[in-house]
Design a binder for this molecule. Structure first.
Ligand SMILES: CC(C)(COP(=O)(O)OP(=O)(O)OC[C@H]1O[C@@H](n2cnc3c(N)ncnc32)[C@H](O)[C@@H]1OP(=O)(O)O)[C@@H](O)C(=O)NCCC(=O)NCCS
Length: 179
């Protein structure tokens, strides 16, 4: 797979555009989640940290063509070990009809760039390591993060925006929503 860093060119193909998610997008995004993951699939224990949190944060972003949303990424501000600042990434969903056309990776790169520019130091997710590795996500050290439900530890991935140099000793422990 090609290595893609968040600062690479993430221009969208003609007719496709991206923007931050608006409250009025939510029904379309829920429908996208149903078609991408199957109805109800997002109640997974791994994401209990999102429960009770606002559905939309300033980091959530969507790709659309004409008026139709075809991809969306959600970020939830979290606390780790009681310290706020990091984001929990997920879900990322691309409509099946538009899969494998680069929409997921462009949306990821673009939204991570926004997070980095905003001063976010760490992004956490539970997902497939091969997909996220190209953005610099690595497996979390065993025991560093305590998720609010059972989760395969090999799928807990983290991206330290600044190579982790400023994070020594911070952001370790229980993962909860920040709101
Ligand atoms: C997974 C998903 C987000 C990828 O987005 P996409 O726009 O279809 O994919 P992209 O065009 O960005 O990337 C395609 C590449 O990623 C690879 N890929 C896609 N899904 C993958 C996965 N789950 N694990 C590893 N690699 C994956 C493809 O094989 C392809 O590889 P290549 O570049 O070597 O050809 C999208 O297919 C999707 O929404 N799937 C269903 C929901 C899901 O599983 N979401 C991710 C977890 S939150």
């Amino acid at each position: 797979m090609t290595q893609l860093s968040p600062s690479d060119d993430v221009a969208h193909p003609p007719d496709f555009h991206s923007r931050p998610v608006r409250a009025s997008d939510w029904p379309a995004i829920e429908a996208l989640h149903d078609v991408a993951f199957g109805p109800g699939a997002l109640t997974r224990a791994a994401y209990r940290a999102r429960e009770g949190q606002p559905r939309i944060s300033p980091f959530c972003r969507t790709v659309y063509r004409a008026e139709t949303i075809i991809a969306a990424i959600r970020y939830t501000p979290i606390r780790i070990g009681g310290t706020s600042g990091p984001l929990l990434l997920g879900p990322l969903a691309v409509a099946p009809a538009f899969a494998n056309q680069g929409h997921g990776r462009r949306l990821l790169a673009e939204s991570l760039e926004v997070a980095r520019a905003t001063g976010i130091e760490l992004v956490l997710l539970v997902g497939d390591p091969p997909y996220y590795a190209r953005f610099g996500f690595v497996r979390a050290p065993a025991g560093r993060f305590i998720m609010a439900g059972p989760v395969d530890p090999s799928r807990i991935l983290l991206l330290e925006m600044n190579g982790g140099v400023d994070l020594k000793g911070r952001f370790t422990g229980r993962v909860t929503g920040a709101a």
